[in-house]
Design a protein around this ligand. Structure first.
Ligand SMILES: Nc1nc2c(ncn2[C@@H]2O[C@H](COP(=O)(O)OP(=O)(O)OP(=O)(O)O)[C@@H](O)[C@H]2O)c(=O)[nH]1
Ligand SMILES: [Mg+2]
Length: 321
């Protein structure tokens, strides 16, 4: 189901805002496209080598950048294209073709549905849970937040402050409590009160720390025992500004708990716009949500078309239309 859309009344404004933030995030890339790619007269080795450099510098990752450029060469030959603008249009179509068919809405059909946010320290999990709770409530749902990061008192308080603003109930235990017990109580509370979805904030953990990953797997087992089929959504939260080892992180989380989607945060603060391509291309995990700021409204569904248009500076459609 395509939920996680922001308040419908605010959608036009939100989309404009997302576009504006993406423009900034992709500005460096778009600038390079104009100043370094469109100066070539034809689609030749100079063009392709420059494109490869631009992709790599935007954090797309070498293997994926090479695959994208090789694919584009073949497409250009097949299409008989020989001008840089045609090359960029083919590139946009190729990337859009790969990204368009991925299911990006959150599956929230369970009663209650459970959404688990996981990731390394500081990625933006708590903020994402709070923003999502706010938006789901604004769109008429009755979310409940499980404060399953029990490592730091500050983490529980941070969530309570956000949740109060969003007017969403939080189930929390004392610092140091078993996160599995918090989740157990949260699901019972959601069932008793008719709340859904349950959004579970978890402690940040390094993907290489086995005991911490085992603890996360235990949380997932607790959920599955209480509610077969849940959690429907396990979202890995990835910080676009720290980039590079996202692939290793996500693979590890994938092995331990299974990932259904990614949230890329802090896209407002980065020139590494290729990062989203990398998450999709190398991990084969759909980016479902993007974070573009620290405010409660600064989260929204990821729209490949808006993103690629901003990235490759094609004709900019009116995002509100
Ligand atoms: N600019 C910007 N900042 C963000 C975004 N998302 C989160 N942040 C900031 O990133 C910092 C960390 O966010 P948290 O939500 O606390 O991250 P976390 O993953 O819960 O961190 P731990 O619980 O410590 O692992 C905070 O200062 C947030 O305000 C975003 O989309 N853009
Ligand atoms: Mg947190």
């Amino acid at each position: 189901m395509g939920v996680a859309a922001p308040d419908p009344a605010a959608t036009g404004g939100w989309r404009r805002r997302l576009s504006a933030q993406l423009e900034r995030a992709t500005g460096a890339f778009g600038g390079q496209v104009r100043s370094r790619l469109l100066v070539w007269q034809r689609l030749d080795d100079d063009f392709y080598e420059t494109l490869l450099e631009i992709l790599i510098s935007a954090d797309t990752g070498q293997p994926l950048a090479e695959a994208i450029v090789d694919d584009l060469r073949q497409r250009a030959v097949r299409a008989g294209a020989n001008r840089p603008e045609q090359g960029l249009a083919l590139l946009r179509d190729a990337l859009l073709g790969q990204m368009r068919d991925r299911a990006r809405g959150l599956d929230l059909d369970g009663l209650p549905a459970v959404v688990l946010a996981v990731g390394v320290n500081g990625a933006g999990k708590t903020t994402t849970v709070a923003k999502l709770a706010h938006q789901l409530r604004a769109s008429g749902r009755t979310p409940l937040i499980a404060a399953a990061d029990t490592y730091r008192a500050a983490a529980i308080e941070q969530l309570q402050v956000w949740a109060e603003r969003a007017q969403v109930p939080v189930v929390a235990h004392r610092p140091g409590a078993d996160p599995g017990a918090v989740v157990f109580d949260s699901l019972a509370a959601a069932q008793a009160r008719g709340c859904s979805p349950v959004l579970v904030d978890t402690a940040g953990r390094l993907h290489t720390r086995q005991p911490l990953m085992a603890e996360l797997a235990k949380i997932v087992r607790v959920i599955g025992r209480q509610l077969p089929g849940e959690p429907r959504e396990v979202l890995i939260v990835l910080d676009a500004t720290t980039g590079t080892n996202a692939v290793a992180q996500a693979r590890s989380f994938q092995e331990w708990v299974g990932i259904t989607g990614a949230v890329v945060t802090k896209l407002d603060g980065t020139a590494r716009a290729g990062y989203v391509l990398r998450v999709e291309g190398e991990l084969r995990v759909p980016v479902k949500l993007v974070g573009v700021g620290e405010g409660i409204d600064d989260l929204g569904p990821f729209d490949p078309e808006t993103y690629l248009t901003a990235l490759l500076r094609g004709p900019v459609a009116d995002p509100a239309g």
